[in-house]
Design a protein around this ligand. Structure first.
Ligand code: AHR
Length: 319
């Protein structure tokens, strides 16, 4: 026989049920501030975030910052005013985020970093960071070159470097990781290093300037992304040289364009940086909004693809 207390409890639960269901069913709203559309990598990342939000039933407010920090700050402030449930962003540069992140915290909106890290006074200003280990990507590039150089012991190699956006986490970290490894061989020297802003156009322009200098022979190009390498390949060809042969080319991302360049014999190796972060980001956002514990740093597992495996790997590439 049902006691009065049990009957009251069941009745209470039944009355509360529609309210609980409504709150849980309310679609989660995410404000996402993207760096821009500077590279093949970035386009794949944007597509991944948008598709994953759709699939997860998350309402996405998407803002493209066109590679400008001030646009990202504005977008984050707009998301705060709109009272979104969670803010995610891929910071253009590492520094200068304290104020706006404090505003998000004051509004009790959790912040997730994707792809790139920030340099803040208080790491609790963001809940979690999901993205690649850029220092390790730089190390992988350096290790590939060390092994290659070991085949011609004693030979000096002059390296030119196309850096990513000045002040961005991938530019800082990829430079650091590469230098850390190549210093094991004093015959490997970076003779020039300049930003190509992660774009094909700028990569080409800076490579043209490197080639015009003519004071030292260029043996190796290390580009912080595939797009700059592809731009530089054009500059090298226009200068009458053979990319991938006269100049060894190492780049980062692993986009389809890089695989096609490897198949054409114009690029020697690409280090993978996975842009397909959307599904993991949506899962993370749900946990964060539900107040579940999440890891502070979530890294992505990535590989190295030398030209020798390009034909076999190209059909498997998803971006
Ligand atoms: O932050 C990831 C980097 O940004 C990618 O390597 C580059 O292609 C992009 O623009």
């Amino acid at each position: 026989m049902m006691t009065t207390l049990l009957r009251r409890t069941l009745l209470g639960a039944a009355l509360l049920a529609p309210l609980v269901a409504t709150a849980a069913d309310k679609p989660l709203v995410m404000g996402f501030s993207q760096v821009g559309a500077e590279s093949e990598w970035r386009s794949a990342n944007t597509a991944s975030v948008k598709a994953a939000a759709r699939q997860a039933g998350i309402t996405l407010k998407f803002a493209d910052a066109q590679q400008k920090q001030e646009n990202q700050v504005k977008a984050i402030r707009t998301f705060i005013a709109q009272k979104v449930d969670v803010i995610a962003f891929s910071p253009v540069v590492e520094s200068g985020w304290d104020t706006v992140l404090k505003e998000a915290r004051a509004a009790r909106i959790p912040v997730i970093l994707t792809d790139r890290a920030v340099n803040v006074s208080d790491p609790s200003l963001y809940v979690s960071f999901i993205g690649s280990d850029f220092v390790e990507e730089g190390r992988k590039a350096g290790r590939w070159l060390l092994e290659r150089a070991a085949k011609t012991p004693g030979a000096s190699l002059n390296i030119v470097e196309l850096q990513g956006t000045v002040g961005s986490a991938p530019a800082i970290d990829r430079k650091k990781g590469f230098e850390e490894v190549i210093k094991a061989n004093p015959k490997l020297q970076v003779i020039r290093s300049q930003s190509g802003e992660f774009t094909r156009a700028k990569g080409k322009e800076v490579m043209e300037a490197f080639l015009k200098a003519k004071d030292k022979k260029i043996d190796v190009l290390y580009a912080h992304n595939d797009d700059m390498a592809i731009g530089a390949i054009q500059a090298i060809e226009e200068a009458g040289l053979k990319p991938g042969k006269d100049i060894t080319i190492i780049s980062i991302d692993g986009v389809k364009g890089a695989f096609q360049a490897m198949l054409a014999g114009k690029l020697n190796v690409t280090i993978e940086c996975n842009p397909l972060l959307g599904p993991q980001l949506m899962e993370l956002a749900r946990k964060v909004v539900a107040g579940q514990p999440v890891e502070k740093r979530i890294t992505v597992i990535e590989g190295v693809f030398p030209a020798e495996v390009a034909a076999k790997e190209l059909p498997n590439r998803k971006y």
